[in-house]
Structures are given as structure tokens and as C-alpha cells.
Design a protein around this ligand. Sequence first.
Ligand code: GDD
Ligand code: MN
Length: 395
Amino acid sequence: MRASVQTQIEPEPPRGIRLDLPASPAAPASSRRAAAELCVVIPTLNERDNIGPMIERLDAALAGIEWEAIFVDDDSDDGTAERIRAAAAADRRIRGIQRIGRRGLSSACIEGALASAAPFIAVIDADLQHDETLLPTMLAALKAEPLDVVVGSRYAAGGGIEAWSGGRAEVSRVATRLSRLVLKADIADPMSGFFMIRRDAFDGAVRRLSAVGFKILLDLFASSPRPLRFKELPYRFRPRAHGTSKLDTLVAWEYLMLIADKLIGHIVPVRFALFAAVGGVGLLVHLATLWSGLRLAGLDFTAAQAVATVVAMIGNFALNNVFTYRDRRLRGLAFLRGLLTFSAVCGLGAIANVGVASVLFGNRRAWWVAGIAGAVVGSVWNYAVTSVVTWQKGR
Ligand code: GDD
Ligand code: MN
């Protein structure tokens, strides 16, 4: 009797089993558990009231599956991270990553997946719009069939969208058509934010991902070194219960940046291409202003050229602020400060431009070779320096 009580209190470690890590007194080997089979990654931005219901739904839908959930919150100001931590304190299957000074649905999903060791990774929105009851079917399909990804699809037969405005549906359709530019796969809903992927397929693509914006699935398909074997399962996209959608013009801009990066990013950075395009527009603005100053306002050449330079500088700055750096857009006082640093940097760029061109011209290069070389040196300088000084990252 006594002996048996003692063995219950101090169990003998089973013989023949070697552990890789020495067991610390705080974490006896018996409390150690293997990683979950399925990791559900849930990006959040101001979703406080959806955290509890989301976990309840996962718990119900995933009965019988070894799962874990990783919420990745971009420092929401509504207390989402605190909710997640409270849930994690009560349930080991729940974890949270709180990113400070960072934004982005795609990068959040990537970092969530990287923080897990599970062989299967699902991505689902926190706002209950995706149908979590599909998760077990997705997992079963990945395990039973030769597949890399199972996509929850709004556009496969049987899927759909509840309560979407006509405008939003139209935008979604246009964006889906655009995605065909970079997609090799014939997938009905490449913009879906709801899917499950095998870890090896994710790992194969992760270093090539553009990681900008909202469309992580599209990014995975366009970046994977080998075609991903996929299957679409229809579901109905539900209306939002709490909180608001984060879809705005910035998200649309980021989407276009993703497509452009996949198309030309291996040749030239998309931002530099935009910066150069704005420079081209600036040249036209300059010439038009110069012409108006000379012909319409009757200024002498020096005055007209000075006015044209100022107008083109302000125009270039404003265009870059809206198109090239929409994600770091400056407003109010920051706009004025930005205009000053931009003008100063581009002034130096102009000096470098003229300097390089003059040296080359003096070395008997053709006038246009010297001219282009000067312009290239000036633009690269302007781009490189303003990207750091005028539109700094991460504020
Ligand atoms: N961490 C983080 N960072 N999470 C974000 C961010 C961000 O910058 N932006 C949005 N989220 C979270 C939201 O909190 C939500 O859980 C989820 O990402 C989707 O954001 P919504 O704003 O609700 O997007 P939606 O409903 O318009 O569109 C979603 O569903 C579509 C259909 O599947 C997205 O997943 C789309 O990518 C998808 O096409
Ligand atoms: Mn949503």
C-alpha cells in the first residue's frame, strides 16, 4: 500500500528512453507535449470582441485534432493583445505574437507560421467571416490527397458572399482578374485569406515572398519555386459581427505593389520604378510650366526656369508621397518637412547630375550618353537618399 503511494508520487523514468534535453526541475518530462499537428494563424488588428468567439468556434470545430492557435496582433489600440494574452494564460493551445511598429496582414501570417512547428498551417481571419467548420475537411484532404494547399473559396461552385455591396464585389472581381498576370495556377479565388498549407510547401516559398499587403495566398502561389498542388473548397463568406474591415485605398495600393513586384521586382525594385516614372512626369510638368512662363506670363528665361523648377519639385514630391510612398504618406507638418528635405536632397542630386554629365561630356562622350548618365546618377541619389531621409520606414 505504502510503496504504491510512493511510486505514484515519484514515478521512475521509463528505461530506454533518452531525452535530448535535460529535464529542468520546473518542467518535468511528464509535462512535455509534442507540437500540435495543426497551427491556426490568425492575424488581428482591432478585433478585441472577436477573440473569445473565435477561440470557442475553433475549439468546437477542431474537436479530436491536436491544434494550436497563434494570433498575430499589430499592436491594436483596442486591447486585442491583452485579450489574446488572457486567453493564452487560460489555454496552452493559444499563443500571441504582438508586433510593435509593424503593419501588414501578409507579414503577420508569415511570422505566425514561422513561430510554429506544426506540419500543417491554416490561415483564417479573426472576424468570424471565414467558415472555421471547413478546417477539419481541409486537414483531411491535405493528409489523404497529393496536395500542398487547400483553399477556402468564395468563387468555387457552392461558395459565395453574404451581404457585400455591389462595389466591393466588383473590386474583388477586377483584382482577381489582375492576379492572373502573376499566377500560373488556375484558381477561382486566389485572393482568399482562408486556406491551409503543408509546412514543406510554405517553407519552400517563404524566402521568396514579397510579403506586402493583404494577399498572402496569392503571394505563396506566385512565389513558390514549384507549382503548388491545390484544391478549392467552397464556403460562404459571412458578414462581419464586430469591428470594421481594414480594406482601404492603401490595401489596394499594396495589392498593386505585390503584383508589380512579382512582375518586375527581379529586375528593378518597384518603388524605384515608380520614383523614376514620377520623375518623368515631373519633366513634363517642368516643360509645360516653363512654356507657360515664357509664352503666357511673359517672364524672362531665368525667372520662368526658376518657377518651373519649384513647381516640378513640389509636384514630384506630392506624387511620390501619394504613389511611391503611400504606405509612409506624410501629412500636415510632416508634409512640409518632407518637402524641405526632398528639395534639399534633389538639389544635391541635380548638382551630381550636372557634374557627372559634364565630366563625361568633357571626355568626349556623345552628348546624350553624358546626359543620360547624369540623369541616372541624379535619380539614383535622389531615390536612395529620400527613401531614408524623407520617407523613413516604420513610424
Ligand atoms: N496583424 C494584422 N496586421 N492583422 C491585420 C492587418 C494588419 O495590418 N490588417 C487586417 N488584419 C486582420 C484583421 O483583423 C482580420 O482578422 C483579417 O486580417 C482580415 O481583415 P479584414 O479587414 O476583415 O479584411 P476583409 O474581410 O476585408 O478581407 C478578408 O477576407 C477576404 C476573403 O477571404 C481578407 O482576408 C482578404 O485578404 C480576403 O481576400
Ligand atoms: Mn473581414
